[in-house]
Design a binder for this molecule. Structure first.
Ligand SMILES: [Zn+2]
Length: 322
């Protein structure tokens, strides 16, 4: 059965997961990496008096309206330091929520230089590029963060939020398990189908710190938790999944395998063509993952940086590596 659509705010879809938990989704983000879906945990009788927000990074004017309708908000949880999860968190702070974020990427919410250096953009790009990237996505820094170790559980009166480390995606990246509600939110793990059958990019591992090995472990863990402890699965960029639908796990593993296949084939064809050592640039010039040739110079530089990370990780795993 479809989830009840409770949307009343222009530009924001609100779907009911159950009578106390809603999923928010900004319909048209202003830039590529400015928003992500997240959960609204409503106050409960005899329990929490205020709402809790899990990783709903949306534009400030929408945050104000969510606060009017479902607030006040006591606590906000960020899942990791990628731009689409940190850009607007400052405004949740401005409306009075306490901001929690996982160590060490919590620092990226406080200062853009931490984001720039933490993800090692500084090895390939000027700070001005990242400043522009942040500005386009609406980033402003927060004033104060409550840092926590990935894996920590939070108890709010009668309400428990477990954080689950899924570190293949980033050093801090966490999902959430809300046992009472039987909901698992896998955040940015890589299930990004906005509708059944609509393809997305899948698991994303463009930074140095990402790991495909860890990703495969994370996907297995998410699957076990979903099968054993949850009935509903949500994520940062997808539709809602109900048990026992295994689509997210099959999709994510398949995507990683497909990406490996793309690199294996590229290695073979480069070897055939050149018959000598090939460089990362040869792979990048083939536009294997992102259509960089169609992008403006600014986006091209950022995507080259990310694609280098993805390509290197698959080259390391390739059976055609000599
Ligand atoms: Zn991410």
């Amino acid at each position: 059965m479809d989830n009840l659509d409770l949307s009343t705010i222009d530009g924001l879809r609100i779907l009911q997961i159950n009578d106390k938990v809603l999923l928010g989704h900004q319909i048209k983000p202003p830039y590529y990496f400015s928003c992500c879906d997240g959960l609204i945990l409503l106050p409960r009788n005899g329990g929490n008096k205020k709402s809790i927000i899990l990783d709903l990074n949306i534009e400030p004017h929408l945050i104000d309206q969510v606060n009017d309708q479902y607030g006040p908000v006591s606590d906000y949880f960020c899942t990791h330091g990628h731009m689409d999860h940190i850009a607007h968190v400052h405004h949740w702070e401005a409306i009075g929520a306490k901001i929690h974020a996982p160590i060490p990427e919590h620092a990226y919410l406080l200062n853009l230089h931490n984001f720039y250096e933490g993800f090692q953009f500084n090895e390939a790009l000027d700070y001005s590029m990242i400043h522009k990237f942040a500005e386009l996505n609406g980033y402003k820094n927060c004033k104060e963060i409550e840092p926590f170790e990935p894996g920590k559980s939070f108890i709010f009166n009668d309400f428990v939020v477990n954080t689950i480390p899924f570190k293949g995606h980033s050093r801090s990246h966490i999902g959430f398990l809300i046992p009472q509600e039987m909901i698992i939110h896998i955040s940015c793990l890589g299930f990004d189908q906005i509708k059944p059958g609509v393809d997305g990019f899948g698991p994303w591992y463009g930074f140095n710190e990402c790991s495909i090995e860890q990703y495969l472990i994370d996907i297995d863990l998410a699957q076990i938790l979903f099968l054993e402890r949850a009935e509903i699965l949500t994520s940062s960029h997808s539709y809602i999944i109900k048990s026992p639908d295994m689509t997210p796990f099959l999709y994510m593993r398949e995507k990683i395998e497909k990406n490996q296949n793309i690199i294996d084939q590229a290695i073979l064809s480069l070897k055939l063509a050149k018959k000598s050592e090939v460089s990362l640039k040869d792979f990048l010039d083939m536009d294997l993952f992102f259509p960089k040739k169609k992008m403006d110079e600014f986006r091209q530089q950022i995507y080259r940086f990310w694609e280098s990370g993805i390509i290197s990780k698959h080259i390391e795993r390739s059976k055609y590596l000599t």
